[in-house]
Every structure is written in structure tokens, then in C-alpha cells.
Ligand binder design. Sequence first.
Ligand SMILES: *Cc1c(COP(=O)(O)O)cnc(C)c1O
Length: 402
Amino acid sequence: MAVKAKHEKGKVKLPIYLDYQSTTPVDPRVMAAMLPFFTEKFGNAHSRTHAFGWEAEAAVEKAREQIARTIGADAKEIVFTSGATEANNLAIKGVARFYKSKKRHLVTCRTEHKCVLESVRDLEKEGFDATFLDVGADGLIDLNALRAAITEQTALVSIMTVNNEIGVVQPVEAIGAICREKGVPFHTDAAQAVGKIPFDVAAANVGLASLSGHKIYGPKGIGALYVRRRPRLRLEPLFSGGGQEGGLRSGTLPTALCVGLGEALAIAGSEREAEAAKLLDLRTRLLDGLRAELAGVTVNGALDARIPGNLNLSFAGINSETLMMELRDLALSTGSACSSESLEPSYVLEALGVDAAMARASIRIGIGRFTTVDEIDHAVSAFAEKVAKLRRAGAPASVAAG
Ligand SMILES: *Cc1c(COP(=O)(O)O)cnc(C)c1O
């Protein structure tokens, strides 16, 4: 019996999911809350003439309250979108276009998510100027550089709270204070932040904040934009249509997805601290385990200013694509999911000043709500074995063809 128990303990279901920054599973509690709204409670939340519509509307408004409460906002300040990509587009293009006759400059940073960088690039084509702030080796912006970049012409500062590749947390309260002093609205992409670190729109003087359901154990295809009402921030909508969401986002709300986002945020709000402590223990176990087994393991970006569930590591002398092929039992990624088809080294690591060889040797490990100690231990032994094997074989030369 003792032997069997020992064997059972080490048993894990393969493959092991270690890519929680790319997406997360829907929490079963979120799923349970959503289900009735696909079938019996199918009404259109915008139908004002019957009970089916009222029922859906009540569910959507409850979700809006749950979202607002978790980030310290008022329900009237929450606009549902299809995700953080749309929320970022709406915030950045919406503010810039609304104020374009007065202000023509934007400030962001080089390590933002592609959807922020591309929104700013689109605005450059429309005649806006943009400053892309550098980051240090820690992944953080320099507050003096931010202060210096803001001019009379600046319509918006957009700096993410938590980076999706390296998990580092920007000093958003200090950024918000600078923006307040300069009288410039502050937008933050908080898709990776909510539920992982304390996040309060008032504390950080945030005017606009983007959220995503599927990064926080909610469904894919839903997100939200927080838009401050006092003092009021005005934006131009992206879509023409029926004028839902206070005219900011036309289209019928997906009731079940809204309910899922609300439930996911309510859970994130109430369980954040306990979850963070658990994830930090797992991450420490992982990093200590890897360093005990392997030399040449470096952490990309600040370890001490990072969400608990992220590690971005480079393994000296290794090509990460080759390593991931060897580690088929582990679901890992290099950098972001959106650019992982390309073999180009990550622009985020490049911005940190990581050299090309070490950037190609990098792997992002995302730990989350359903990760277990046994999975971490399995991952440590798998990494130890495969990295050592590839180093013995002098792997980098053999992968030139990709
Ligand atoms: C995932 C992610 C996005 C995109 O969110 P979607 O809801 O998938 O559109 C934007 N920003 C960050 C930081 C992300 O991690």
C-alpha cells in the first residue's frame, strides 16, 4: 500500500498546462453561473418589453456591479467589450480621436501588448505623434523619462499594469500621480493584473483600464473597459450601431459571457490574496528546483516586481523552440501567444536589452489556479533532464533551420 501511495503522489496528468498568461480555463463556478444564460434565460438584455429581456438585463447589471466592485469603480463606468484587444483599441483610438483637434501626441512603452502598439501605430498614420518609452533590464519604465515625454500636446498616456510576457508590474500609482500632475488621462492595460495584484482605479488615478475574461478564469470573447466618469473622459466609439453601452459600444451584449466575466472578477477579488500566496510558493519551488539542477538559468525582468504566477527564463546555450519540442509534456511558450508562430526573438526581451541568443533561449512559464505541487516537481525534473541533454548535444547549432 505504501508503495502505491508513493507512486500515486508523483502521478500527474499529462500534458501539464504551464501557459496561464496565454489563457486560463473557465473556473467551474464561472461556468455554472453562465450556463442558464445560454438556454432558458436567453433573452436580449436590450429588450425592454418583456420578462426575458428584463431577466437578461438584471444579470448583465449584476455582472457590471461585480466588475466595478473588484476594481474600485462605479458600475456606470464599465463598458463591455469583446476582450482586452477591443478595450485597448477603444481606449486609445477613442480618446485620441475625440480630442484630436486639441491634442496630437501619445505616450506608451515598447513592451506593451501588440494591440496597444498597433493602435498607436494606426494613430500615427492618422497624424498623431507617439513616444514609445524604453524600459530597463528590469522591464520597468523610467518615471523621469515619462515625465519628460509628456507635453502640452499629450492626449493620453497608455502603460500596461502587468506585462504578459515577463509578468513585471509597472509602478502604476506613481505613473497615475504624474499623469494627474500633468493633467493627462492615464490608460492601463490591466488584462494580466486584476486578480493577481491589488488593482484599484482610484489609487492609481486611472482614467481607463482594459480587462479580459480569459486571463482570469472567465470565458474568451469578453472583456471590459473602465471609463472614468468624474472627471469625465470622453471617447469616440469604434462601432456604429444601436448605441448600447452608453453609445460607446454598439452591439447586443452576450449575456452569458458578461455573467462569466462578472463571476470571474468576483472570485478574483475575494480569493486573490490566498491564490497569490499559493502561486508564489509554487513559483519559488520551481525556480529553486531548476537552479539546484541546472546552471545558466536567468530570470528575464525583475523577479521582485512580478505577478506570482509568471517566470520568464533563459537557459544559456539552449534554443527554446528545440527545448519545447523535447518538453512535449509541458505546455509552455516563448513570449506571447500571438507572436509565437514567428521565430523572431521577442520584442519585449529585446527592449529589456536581453541579447539575441539569450532571447532565443527564453521560455515563459505561467502558473495558475489549478497548478499542483506534483506538476511543478514533474516540470523541474523534465527541464533538468532535457536542458542537460540538449547542452550535451550542443543543440543550438542543429536548430538553425528552425
Ligand atoms: C491577452 C492580453 C490582451 C488581449 O486580450 P483579449 O481579451 O485576448 O483580446 C491584451 N493585453 C494583455 C496584457 C494581454 O495579456
